[in-house]
Design a protein around this ligand. Structure first.
Ligand code: AMP
Ligand code: MG
Length: 493
């Protein structure tokens, strides 16, 4: 099927543009226009992201804007390109990858001064498409859009999403689906894999140009260090450790932690077969294609460290001494557990972790693993209990009452030792009422396939404020239905 060529005059966003990544030069990217999407229609828009960018509400109404975010018409000021990167996939060197279906349009400046790169995903073939068709399906685009905004609502570092446009244009996956384009926003889309690319392909100058670019624009403090490249690795290590601690605390599984899906800014990036934990199982594998469980919940912290090691290897020509790279990576072993302990203590209502909170969390996780207790509901009910709800709302979640009563008693003793009751406000802000569970996404997708986008919109609103009860849809904060455990999400997107 022949795609349409972009046509017509550029659409105006009315915001300032620049494109620093384009300035890196041709070793880093290929400039090319997106492919057109046939007869596009709006699927979803994030007003909160639009507001952050200073785009006014009426602006969406222009047909030119719909066409622009579908790849059919250029945006005035943009300069689309696809970037090249490489990476390790499932622990194996995969060679050259790159933006196989994404176009980086450039950066726009928000009213608060922050610059955001805008990127279309699913916008057609590029020189890096390999065997792919350059497209993204509606299903995966809705998942990426909603989860980006959900993570932002949870306060977890992430790339953002501005909108989705859809089309009846067919896209072949396991079955025939339809095409969609997500517009993503991030200060940068640079991945560990960008560094690996130039390192593995023997381009030390390009590697240095890239590292200097990232340091200058995103990690300027590193310039003060004796070895700025080792300092960069240390800073990325710190951010990544903090990110994965937040994932673990909220029960988020990324599903495809390949090095090309690791942001150099420590953001969650590339939402595919991700999942929020339902019944707690540390060995849970959310990606149907991950047969060995490399990216299971409990392995995420270790895999992030492995990925940082791959980044360290890529940076070695700049860092110089392997010992300096190892020294930059080493703090991960303290940073990650300390951050996770702090997050888990907050879920229990304590501002700081202690031996007591660590022991209590250990006991709790053992019991929750045994009983497959629902992660989100347990923590939320514990917070509500701290805020005055009866203890039975928590106890009722367990078959082994003696075991949970023992833990609740330990919890009371710990509070007494601490000299104050758990901080209910902290708990209500650390334990979300709603997360984007697979079955919720599936329901929204099923409706969207029939052109009913109301649940996408409703979920977006609820997920933007995940620490509030979803008043209009209390069932979204409830237990997953039985069929949820049979949902299979693979890499196919
Ligand atoms: P992912 O697993 O989605 O992070 O993608 C891994 C690599 O495959 C990246 O280089 C993507 O750009 C590329 N890719 C994934 N799906 C497609 C597609 N449908 N067409 C072209 N490239 C794709
Ligand atoms: Mg990817």
């Amino acid at each position: 099927m022949q795609d349409l060529k972009p046509t017509a005059a550029p659409a105006e966003l009315g915001v300032p543009w620049r494109h620093r990544f384009a300035g890196l030069g041709p070793a880093f990217h290929t400039r090319l226009a997106p492919m057109a999407l046939r007869k596009p229609y709006w699927v979803a828009r994030s007003q909160s992201m639009a507001r952050a960018l200073g785009l006014d509400e009426g602006w969406w109404r222009a047909q030119a804007v719909l066409e622009a975010f579908s790849g059919n018409r250029p945006l005035a000021g943009s300069d689309p390109l696809a970037s090249v990167y490489s990476g390790h996939q499932f622990g194996v060197w995969a060679g050259q990858l790159g933006d196989g279906r994404a176009h980086l349009l450039g950066e726009v400046q928000a009213p608060d001064g922050q610059w955001w790169e805008l990127q279309l995903k699913g916008s057609g073939l590029t020189p890096y498409s390999r065997m792919g068709d350059g497209r993204a399906v509606l299903r995966s685009s809705i998942r990426e859009f909603l989860c980006s905004e959900a993570m932002h609502g949870l306060g977890i570092p992430t790339t953002r999403a501005l909108c989705i446009t859809g089309s009846d244009q067919p896209v072949r996956r396991e079955e025939t689906e339809t095409a969609a384009v997500v517009t993503r926003a991030s200060p940068s889309f640079i991945r560990f894999g960008h560094f690996e690319h130039f390192s593995h392909h023997g381009q030390p100058e390009a590697l240095k140009t890239l590292a200097d670019f990232v340091i200058e624009h995103f990690y300027p403090d590193c310039l003060e260090a004796a070895n700025p490249y080792a300092a960069l690795l240390a800073a990325v290590t710190q951010r990544t450790a903090a990110l994965v601690a937040q994932w673990q605390a909220v029960g988020f599984m990324h599903g495809v932690m390949n090095t090309d899906n690791m942001s150099i800014l420590g953001l969650t990036i590339d939402y595919g077969p991700f999942q929020f934990m339902d019944g707690f199982d540390p060995a849970h594998i959310c990606n149907h294609s991950d047969h060995a469980g490399r990216y299971s919940y409990q392995r995420q912290p270790q895999i992030a460290h492995w990925n940082l090691f791959a980044l360290g290897q890529a940076l070695l020509p700049l860092i110089g001494e392997p010992d300096d790279a190892m020294a930059a990576l080493e703090p991960y072993k303290q940073l990650f557990p300390a951050e996770l302990d702090r997050r888990m203590a907050a879920k229990l209502g304590f501002a700081q972790a202690s031996d007591g909170t660590r022991a209590l969390v250990g006991e709790l996780l053992k019991l929750m693993t045994r009983e497959r207790t629902d992660w989100t509901i347990f923590w939320r009910r514990l917070a509500e209990h701290a805020a005055g709800a009866p203890a039975d709302t928590v106890r009722d979640l367990f078959h082994d009452r003696a075991a949970i009563d023992h833990i609740l008693l330990q919890y009371k003793e710990l509070s007494a030792l601490d000299g104050r009751a758990p901080d209910a406000d902290l708990m209500l802000k650390s334990n979300p009422a709603i997360v984007l569970r697979n079955h919720l996404a599936e329901q929204a997708i099923a409706l969207a396939k029939q052109k009913d986008f109301s649940m996408v919109e409703g979920l977006l609103a609820a997920l933007e404020a995940p620490f509030d009860e979803p008043a209009a849809h209390p069932e979204w904060a409830g237990f997953p239905p039985d069929w949820a455990s049979h949902i299979q999400i693979s890499c196919s997107s």
